[in-house]
Each structure stands twice: as C-alpha cells, then as structure tokens.
Design a binder for this molecule. Structure first.
Ligand code: ASP
Length: 328
C-alpha cells in the first residue's frame, strides 16, 4: 500500500512528505551594522520586526500553507514595516520617488516572477507572485508592471505612501549628489528576503527592495533578477541575496551557489561562503545571502560587518541576529 502511495506521488511529480519545515529571512547586510552605531531601542526594534515576520511564516507553515505562499506573506509583512528598504520606507530615487523591485521563485515548479520599477502597488512581492502565476513572462518593469498588477486586482496606493519622513530627510540632505549610494552603509536600511522549505520539501525564495538610495536612469539591481538576487530549486537550494546589486548580477550569485552545491561537492554553506568571500570580496561586492538547502540546512553568509537575519526550524525557538555574532 505504502509503495502504491509513493508510486502515485512520484507519478504526480509531488515530493513525498519530507519532515519538518524551515524558514529564514534577512533584512539587509552592510558595514554600518555594528553594535556601536545603534541604541538599545533600535536593536530591540530590529529583533522585534524580524521575529514578528518569522512568526507570521511559522503560523502559516503550521497550517500547511505552501512555501511559495509563505514567502509572499512574510515579505508582505517586511514591506509594510518601514524599518526596511522595501515597500513603505524604501530608499528614494534621484527624483525623490520610491521605485520598487521584487522577485519570487518556486523551487518545485521552477517557475519565477519578478517586477522592477513599481511605483503604486502596495506590496511588490504580490506583483512578482502574480507574474509567476498569471503571466507567461518572468520579469515585468515600470508602467507595464504597475498596470499588469492593477489588472490582477492587487492593492494600489498613492506613490507618496512609500515615502517616510526619515527617507525624505535623507534625500533632502544628499541633494546634488550624483551617484547611487549604498543604502546600508550610508543609511542602514535593508532589502528584505525570505526562503522557506515546507513539510513537503518544497523550497521557495523571494526578495524585495527599494534598491540603492539616489538611483537614477531606471537603475535596477539584482533583487528582481532571477539567478542573481533570488533562486530556488527543490533539487538544491533556495537563496535570497542582499548587497551591491551590480556585483551580484555579474556573478549570478544566487544561481552560482546552487550550481557549486550541485556540481562541486561542496556543502551549501561552503558554496555560499565561496561566493561571498572568494568570488565577491569586501569592497567589490559587499553583501550577504540567506538560504535553505534540500536537506533543510540553513545557509547564512555575508562579507559585511552585519546582516539582519532570523530563522526557525519547525518546533524550535526563533533565532535573530544583527551583527557579526557567530550563531552556527
Ligand atoms: N541588492 C539591492 C540592489 O542592489 C540593494 C540591497 O540589497 O541593499 O538593488
């Protein structure tokens, strides 16, 4: 009988029940993330935000919600939280507007969806998921991405919704500066990401960001680029990146971690460390990654002073970290 069930699952291309779920999130990496730069209240607020997002994911996973849906739910929470550089509270462009990027990938089907340069959809990750579910495309941008999202019934907001007083003040203070600025180093604001492996062994990953402060000319970073900022495959890993996007695109960081794990015989952690510390180097590709591999191992690697991060294994306590603490 058992053999019959497994044969049936196999023929449906569904993974058999494979145990406990795992969830991991990040809220950006950067060299400004040092304890001496923060008050106790700010540190407590970061931990609170990270843990609240994990608990939303944990409750959904307990109910059996699929990994891809959980990634979207958790990232929506982080987008609504103005502590992070995603959704409300995002950094601003040269022109003083929020221009939002997001991507999501389903490691079970191999499908992916992404959006770049959104200006009026409340939760960009829901737009990325709509591209995955309801379009033949992978990446939509600008006005077209906004109108596709509206046609799909996603919540619309006035572009001013995303602009916080804090970001307005920072933008005012750098008026006249020409280049894009590293949001975390200079402003301690972080991109967000989430990777989930559900009880069926399905892995999903997503990333959402406002990109780099003062970006111009429609600049797009790695976050909405599948294979660079986000990647997921049930056969290998789910990965979400944060950092200086141009370098993460050039090195296809998220996919390269998967490929090195699959083909080089490295552990998933070794594969990530190789990317962050040997391929990318501090000063030429600052950033970090989180992930989960097909065995349910967490992956955490960064070449910056810190990375906001939290993770939970089913039935165990949540762990959250900000600076360079060794937790593994
Ligand atoms: N990777 C993002 C970008 O380059 C920024 C970040 O993660 O802080 O747009």
């Amino acid at each position: 009988m058992l053999r019959l069930i497994f044969a049936l699952l196999f023929s449906l291309n569904l993974p058999a029940q494979s145990g406990n779920y795992q969830i991991i999130i990040h809220g950006g990496a950067g060299n400004g993330l040092k304890a001496e730069n923060y008050s106790e209240a700010q540190i407590a607020a970061f931990h609170h935000s990270l843990r609240r997002a994990i608990s939303i994911g944990d409750s959904a996973l307990q109910k059996g919600t699929a990994a891809i849906e959980v990634v979207s739910l958790v990232i929506q929470q982080l987008e609504n939280d103005s502590l992070f550089n995603a959704g409300k509270g995002a950094v601003l462009t040269y022109e003083g507007l929020a221009s939002l990027d997001a991507s999501i990938m389903d490691g079970n089907s191999g499908n992916a969806g992404a959006v770049a340069g959104l200006s009026c959809i409340k939760n960009p990750i829901t737009a990325a998921l709509a591209v995955l579910n309801n379009s033949p495309h992978v990446l939509l941008s600008g006005a077209g991405a906004d109108s596709f999202s509206l046609q799909n019934g996603l919540t619309q907001v006035d572009p001013s919704y995303f602009i916080t007083q804090r970001m307005k003040g920072i933008h005012e203070s750098i008026k006249g500066h020409q280049g894009a600025l590293d949001s975390i180093r200079d402003y301690k604001m972080g991109t967000v990401g989430c990777v989930v492996r559900d009880r069926l062994g399905n892995i999903a990953a997503g990333t959402s960001t406002g990109g780099m402060m003062n970006k111009r000319y429609g600049r797009i970073g790695d976050s909405p680029i599948i294979g660079a900022g986000t990647f997921a495959s049930n056969a290998t890993v789910g990965i979400s990146c944060t950092g200086h996007g141009e370098y993460f695109i050039r090195h296809a960081v998220a996919y390269q971690i998967s490929a090195r794990y699959e083909f080089q015989g490295l552990s998933s952690q070794e594969a990530a460390d190789t990317l962050l510390h040997e391929v990318l180097k501090p000063g030429a590709g600052d950033g970090g990654v989180i992930g989960i591999d097909k065995e349910g191992n967490f992956i955490i690697s960064f070449n910056t002073a810190g990375m906001l991060r939290a993770f939970q294994q089913e039935g165990e306590a949540v762990q959250s970290y900000i600076f360079g603490e060794l937790e593994k």
